[in-house]
Design a protein around this ligand. Sequence first.
Ligand code: SAH
Ligand code: SF4
Length: 362
Amino acid sequence: MHVQEINSILNKESFTRNELLTLLQANDLQSDMLYKRAQLVREQHVGKKVFFRGLIELSNQCKKNCLYCGIRTSNSHVKRYSITDEEVLSAAIFAWEHGYGSIALQAGEKTSSHFTQRITQLLRKINKATRGELGITLSLGEQSIATYKQWFDEGALRYLLRIEASNRELYAKLHPQNSAHDFDKRIEALHALRNVGYQVGSGVMVGLPFQTLEHLVDDLLWMQEMDLDMVGMGPYVEHADTPLFQHKEMLLPAMQRLELTLKMIAILRIAMKDINMVASTALQAIEPHGRERALKAGANIIMPNVTPGAYREDYNLYENKPKMSDSNADYTKTLEESVVMAGFSVGYGEQGNAPHFKRRSN
Ligand code: SAH
Ligand code: SF4
């Protein structure tokens, strides 16, 4: 593939399957062209700001058994925790006081009326303590429509639920075969969230065992078809205490999984110009500057971890998950410096909602 051919693909507004495949196969030089083009689109459509979402990992208790995840219910090596309401509140206030426009509450999947009520109360307390100024994102797995509504009515704006793999057969290889891990239900959940009124985020893991470039093309087309407001894509990082670990020898080297993720981000930025896209923490697990590289490939969101330090060790979705204490003022400064070094600025005190959502709600 010649430079001119890549250039002519990059100047298009939308891509065919073959063009997507060609872009995913780009060599180093061609990837640089791809990233430059994504950067331009990003500047034109979402600007040069990077928004921080303080990530609070509420609990690692999970009823599900996803074959890739370190906190799956069958992993008996995990010390299970649930942080207290006071701790959640002080983490939210930390984020707010440091000018993070938003927070994200994430946890393993739990469905009970007690859990629904607890989150409802927490949303109330957080909104009260921060004058309703924080944009709140939830990432709490599949719930009932009534629960999504209840949380939305308490002021949660956004919901993240990754499809993980949009190809049905691949999804089946990553999850147990039962109704708790049903592909169609996951898709229905995303539609339900959109109908309730949330800004909807989804995404996939990149570099999974059994995953081909064709699957990634499917993912890129699926995310466009779903008309998502937000996307989170990160490299798959193996975890020794999970069933998927036995397929370790099928994996691309970690750096190649990272490069492939960067290409996915850049291509999607060109195809879905005004969405929010996160530079995921899993990138940082592979390379210390992985997140900054994602910013340069078109991502515009970073989720600094503000979970109290004592619990960090136990929210181990994958190996080498960074555990340093983001939740101190120095860290915010360091992170800002790295964002500025990468050529961007931090959107302090702004929620940073995706222009895409505003456009589709009009
Ligand atoms: N329980 C919720 C949210 C917590 S898990 C849910 O599953 O939706 C958050 C994300 O962590 C998942 O969506 C998955 O994409 C990611 N994750 C889990 N295990 C991973 C692994 N081994 N490598 C990379 N990402 C992983
Ligand atoms: Fe639970 Fe989410 Fe991990 Fe699946 S990915 S086991 S739902 S925490």
